[in-house]
Design a protein around this ligand. Structure first.
Ligand code: GTP
Ligand code: MG
Length: 464
């Protein structure tokens, strides 16, 4: 897929109906292909030589399939290197119907372009040196951003905040490595280009920095991917009703029959700028029903992977059942980040008043907003508690791949320090410094391998 010789094309706007669609072509043959299929008159006779056309101009005309008219279009021209990919790029704006758009793409493919793979335009931008890897990843994040905070952090990365930091540290490490290796070349003469304690101090400072930034990943992940919240509790405790109330829609089926929800349901909501991925689960109980048992197995799986569990107990239940619910919560859920929620307070049983409730519980009913508002506040508070100390980091890590690279860099630098402390030969120091450099370089793509590239770009949508 790294072949830059062929010309690629794809629809860059979402499928479906819209005002306009954009079909993008990139590569050496872009101008020839558009020259063949574009005409200024709708009989196909009035051709344009796009090789002569100025960059960043727009041309009105018709997309032709041989003699047949396909659509009225606007063609934008971007001459290399001043384009998204760094190559000759054509963007055709057609009418927004799914069929029209596909027909325009088909004509382009028939005239010599290859259908682009997911992310291939951005991959070319990287391979042609237009952007570095972490910026390419920021493009994908920007497209997927759902909250203001996610939008802001991906834009910052796109502007190069992470790249600048990584390049600065790499530059310092390259200087040190050069000195250490120079010293190896003059081993016989016994000269010293680097002071051991200075080298050690530099490594320790960098490790501290890297650790601080790695710690910011907790916040970064919440900002980028949201918080996974699982609603759990016994059947009929009001899980689906709460799920619907939070979403303000009748998404899940609600009924007074226990075991209504068999599988889990997932939806997103944004509260105070934080993205919550809500999961409604099947009620937890012993059952003979095979489907329900599978639902419960999945529910437990969801609970163990959750960032926050809302555990529901029905306050209209009898005393013993409530006590059993509280006992279950204390044994199985309380250790996790969780909130205990008593539901249906509008029909609470007389026993509820007498039951001794654990601390930090919230009482709600879906007929009234007060409890719900309180619950939402508590959910936000739980997230902010986790985020509070990460805000000080100068670079925010939102990407798991970057986090791994930072951790491995720090690990290599710790080995450097250990070698210095153990008075080991300079060769050991140099090997670990080089591996630190490589790990850091993988973040921006200064050091790459095919596997990493394929992994990153396969996550893009087609046409980007
Ligand atoms: N009065 C009252 N009824 C409620 C409230 N919340 C839920 N219910 C009722 O309780 C019953 C069960 O609600 P669901 O939301 O389906 O409960 P669930 O926990 O999803 O149940 P399963 O999917 O079977 O595990 C339904 O009849 C709801 O209308 C509430 O706050 N007040
Ligand atoms: Mg349900």
């Amino acid at each position: 897929m790294n072949n830059l010789n062929d010309t690629i094309a794809a629809i860059s706007t979402p499928l479906g109906e819209g005002g306009i669609s954009v079909i993008r072509i990139s590569g050496k043959d872009s101008f020839n292909i558009i020259g063949r299929i574009f005409s200024k008159s709708n009989d196909g006779t009035h051709k344009t030589d796009f090789g002569e056309v100025r960059s960043h101009t727009i041309h009105f005309g018709y997309c032709m399939d041989g003699g047949g008219l396909v659509d009225e279009v606007l063609v934008s021209v971007f001459r290399n290197p001043n384009s998204y990919t760094g190559e000759d790029v054509i963007e055709i704006s057609s009418h927004g119907g799914a069929l029209v758009t596909r027909k325009v793409l088909e004509v382009i493919l028939k005239n010599g372009a290859r259908h682009a793979e997911p992310g291939e335009f951005t991959k070319r931008a990287f391979l042609n040196g237009r952007i570095d890897l972490s910026k390419a990843e920021a493009v994908a994040d920007l497209i997927k951003a759902r909250t203001d905070e996610a939008h802001r952090s991906s834009l910052q990365q796109l502007e190069g905040s992470l790249s600048r930091y990584v390049n600065q540290v790499r530059k310092e490490l390259i200087e040190i490595t050069a000195l250490v290796e120079l010293e190896l070349d003059f081993a016989e003469e016994d000269v010293e280009f680097t002071k051991k304690d200075e080298l050690k101090r530099k490594c320790m400072d960098t490790i501290k920095d890297l650790e601080e930034i790695t710690a910011s990943y907790v916040s970064g992940k919440v900002i980028r991917d949201g918080v996974n919240v699982v609603i759990a509790g016994k059947p009929n405790s009001g899980k689906s009703s709460l799920f619907n109330a939070l979403l303000k829609s009748d998404r899940a089926i609600v009924s007074d029959i226990s075991g209504t929800t068999r599988d889990f349901l997932e939806e997103n909501i944004i509260i105070e700028g934080i993205l919550f991925n809500l999961t409604d689960t099947a009620g937890l109980r012993m059952t003979e029903d095979i489907i329900e048992t599978e639902g419960i197995r999945r529910a437990n799986e969801k609970i163990s992977g959750a960032d926050l569990v809302l555990y529901l107990i029905d306050s209209s239940d009898l005393k013993d059942e409530m006590a059993a619910g509280i006992a279950y919560y204390e044994k199985n859920i309380k250790g996790k980040n969780s909130i205990l929620v008593f539901t249906k307070s509008d029909i609470a049983s007389p026993d509820f008043e007498k039951t001794e409730l654990p601390q930090c519980n919230i009482v709600i009913n879906t007929r009234d907003d007060r409890g719900l508002t309180h619950l939402k506040k508590e959910m936000v508070k739980r997230v902010q508690e986790k985020l509070s100390d990460a805000g000080s980091s100068r670079v925010l890590l939102t990407n798991h791949r970057h986090k791994l690279c930072f951790e491995q860099t720090a690990e290599s630098l710790r080995n450097v320090v250990a070698s210095i402390d153990g008075d080991m030969s300079g060769e050991y120091v140099s090997v670990d410094l080089r591996s630190a450099l490589n790990r850091l370089g993988e973040i921006t793509g200064a050091v790459t391998n095919e596997e990493i590239l394929n992994y990153i770009f396969s996550k893009f949508c087609i046409g980007k």
